[in-house]
Design a protein around this ligand. Structure first.
Ligand SMILES: [Mg+2]
Length: 174
């Protein structure tokens, strides 16, 4: 059985999972992390680039929501200009944000992808919920000691992911 910490897929940025990749995996709801996923930690408002991507994904027929462990004021200020449904103080890896988003969009966890930069919050939340787990490379930010420690703990899992996926690729080509 796959570990609860193992992402289904890793991508360099939130904009990289293509509509066709998402459709092939039966996903129509994206539950997005904010900090170091959509924007750098502490950036109060969405960038023009994020706003364009959100519009593009909506026009492709996807439903988008935000789930952040950050405070309601921060999350609301970020989501309101984008018109996004959100769950603040979501306490990921709690499954609550997936349950709330499924109720809001009248869907089931297997049709959702949780997208974020942290294994022990975003990925664990997705895997515990039965949602698709997408890990993105964190946007560059000044790392506190606590974050450095968390990234250190993530490294063996990322190495294992790379090993598994290079084996998959070899399997396909042979
Ligand atoms: Mg984050």
């Amino acid at each position: 059985m796959k570990s609860l910490f193992m992402p289904d897929r890793m991508f360099p940025t939130v904009g990289d999972p293509s509509p066709s990749y998402l459709r092939e995996n039966g996903i129509d709801v994206l539950i997005l992390d904010i900090d170091n996923t959509l924007v750098t930690y502490g950036e109060a408002e969405p960038t023009a680039h994020v706003a364009q991507w959100v519009e593009r994904m909506k026009s492709e027929g996807f439903s988008l929501a935000v789930a952040s462990n950050n405070k309601p004021e921060r999350v609301a200020r970020f989501c309101e200009p984008l018109g996004l449904f959100f769950v603040a103080k979501s306490r990921k890896p709690s499954r609550r944000c997936v349950t709330v988003c499924c109720a809001h969009f009248a869907t089931v966890p297997s049709r959702c992808a949780v997208v974020g930069d942290q294994i022990f919050t975003d990925i664990l939340c997705a895997r515990r919920s039965g949602a698709h787990a997408i890990l993105v490379t964190p946007l560059p930010y000044p790392e506190s000691l606590f974050f450095k420690f968390k990234r250190l703990l993530e490294k063996p899992i990322i190495r294992r992911y790379r090993k598994l996926h290079s084996r998959d690729r070899k399997g396909v080509s042979s």
